[in-house]
Design a protein around this ligand. Structure first.
Ligand SMILES: Cc1ncc(C[n+]2csc(CCOP(=O)(O)OP(=O)(O)O)c2C)c(N)n1
Ligand code: SF4
Length: 279
């Protein structure tokens, strides 16, 4: 058996939405019987960016905003791994926004869980690109990652869950992991995950979410229809959740070519380092 990592206790404030995300991810991986030794969780910087310490899988702490190119590299290097990228709305929608757009465009086979709390939790509550979802000050519009994803025609899986609705969140994460693991491509799950310390959005989002999974008129295989469903809900001042879109072309899996490193190609020094991880 291959040992991975002894999980740490989360460092989050009591009540943080990220606990719900972690619990749901743990359940989704268990439901699919994905072994921790076959799973790599890469996370960005932020309170959300510590999730990879807590699940006993392989983990990697990426630079702020750079989790997606790192995860794409891992998924291409070893397609047998279940690769999960994770991070906050600051990490993914601010400094990392460019990478998000190009990851939709490239559609690599990995899952991305973006914990949206409409603030920068780790650095004590500055406005993030989604802050306008909850504050009325200023003139800025919130960035909507789902509409952004729908607008890139190569995107193949878009969903939004709520940390307070664990059953649906587990279902969405299972569907996302299945999508990526079967080679269909990039599965993006934004989770409304309130920061109880700097921006407690539980009451607001409890009242404002509209579940498109319950809407018989919403067809998640119709990109234009999904866009219209989301806009209709948002224009009512509400937040659409559920499986928003699943379809599109299969994942583009490029031949890694000469850059591909097989175990037999490793230098003696590198092999020694790798051997250090064998138990
Ligand atoms: C290059 C760089 N710029 C800025 C920071 C400071 N910083 C650390 S975490 C963070 C944002 C965290 O917010 P978010 O990604 O939403 O995660 P949360 O803590 O809310 O879970 C910022 C701006 C940094 N670490 N590195
Ligand atoms: S500061 Fe906010 S995001 Fe960070 S652990 Fe506390 S509640 Fe969670």
């Amino acid at each position: 058996m291959t040992a991975t990592y002894t999980p740490r206790n989360p460092i989050w404030c009591a009540g943080c939405g990220h606990f719900g995300v972690q619990g749901a991810l743990h359940q989704a991986l268990a439901r699919l019987e994905v072994a921790p030794a076959d799973t790599l969780i890469l996370a960005g910087i932020g309170c959300s960016g510590t999730i990879q310490n807590n699940l006993g899988t392989y983990g990697y702490h990426a630079l702020h905003g750079r989790v997606l190119p790192t995860a794409t590299g891992a998924a291409l290097a070893d397609p047998s791994l279940t690769v999960i990228a994770a991070g906050g709305d600051g990490d993914g929608y601010a400094i990392g926004a460019g990478h998000l757009v190009h990851t939709f465009r490239r559609n690599p086979a990995l899952t991305y869980v973006l914990m949206n709390n409409a603030t920068y939790g780790l650095t004590k509550g500055q406005d993030s690109p989604t802050a306008a979802m909850v504050s009325t000050g200023g003139r800025e519009q919130a960035l909507d990652g789902i509409l952004l994803g729908l607008s890139v025609r190569a995107s193949t899986f878009l969903a939004r869950g709520f940390a307070r609705q664990p059953e649906q969140l587990v279902r969405l994460l299972v569907a996302a992991l299945e999508h990526a693991r079967s080679g269909r491509g990039f599965a993006f799950v934004e989770v409304l995950s309130p920061c109880v310390t700097y921006q407690d959005t539980y009451p607001l989002w409890d009242a404002e979410v509209t579940d498109l999974d319950d809407d018989p008129h919403h067809d998640p295989t119709d990109r234009a229809g999904a866009f219209a469903s989301c806009l209709r809900v948002m224009e009512q001042g509400r937040v659409p959740i559920g499986l928003i879109y699943r379809g599109g072309p299969a994942a583009h899996i490029p031949d890694p070519g000469p850059a591909h490193v097989g175990l037999s190609d490793l230098t003696a020094e590198y092999r020694e380092i790798m051997d250090g991880y064998e138990v």
